[in-house]
Design a protein around this ligand. Structure first.
Ligand SMILES: [Zn+2]
Length: 168
């Protein structure tokens, strides 16, 4: 349960809403038929279908997901906006990283302590391509800037077009 909550919290952070929370359980009573009549044997829970957008109970076809066309349109618009928001967030990080790397090169600083880049909000988790040079040594690209990080924490920045198969 804790994992699911964490997952939902993470999903909410990037703007997606979990559809699972839209499925509400309700119970129904179960009887068995005997010569003496119907005997109540207990309650069973069942999944009640609800509109993915507004959460109202759904009636009609079993594959119905929305109560009407407005809900369907709003739902898909919300999802599209959330995806676009996520893309913009990644693009902003790439753009900021690229500005930082380009500024270093422009100012003639090709070998820079990683801490200096971090201090400028460089995000080492996001890049446009990477390739393993040899075990333990990887080269990264942010568009036309490449960088390698040495064991001593120095980032070696070069201007270099991404090699053709690094995007694979
Ligand atoms: Zn609805």
């Amino acid at each position: 349960m804790k994992g699911a909550e964490t997952g939902r919290a993470a999903a909410a952070k990037v703007g997606f809403r979990s559809d699972y929370s839209r499925i509400h359980k309700s119970s129904f009573r179960v009887f068995i038929c005997t010569p003496a009549g119907f005997i109540f044997v207990g309650k069973r829970r069942r999944m009640e279908r609800r509109c993915l957008r507004c959460g109202k109970p759904l009636k009609g076809r079993s594959d119905k997901k929305f109560c009407n066309d407005d809900c369907r349109t709003d739902y898909h618009n919300d999802r599209r906006r959330a995806r676009e928001k996520e893309l913009r967030a990644v693009n902003r990080i790439l753009s900021n990283n690229w500005k930082i790397l380009s500024a270093q090169l422009r100012e003639g600083r090709r070998d820079v302590p990683a801490g200096d880049l971090s201090a400028r909000n460089f995000n080492f988790d996001i890049y446009t391509a990477s390739r393993l040079l040899f075990p333990g040594r990887r080269i990264y690209w942010c568009y036309n800037c490449s960088y390698r990080i040495s064991r001593t924490g120095i980032v070696h920045i070069r201007e270099s077009a991404c090699q053709n198969n690094a995007y694979l």
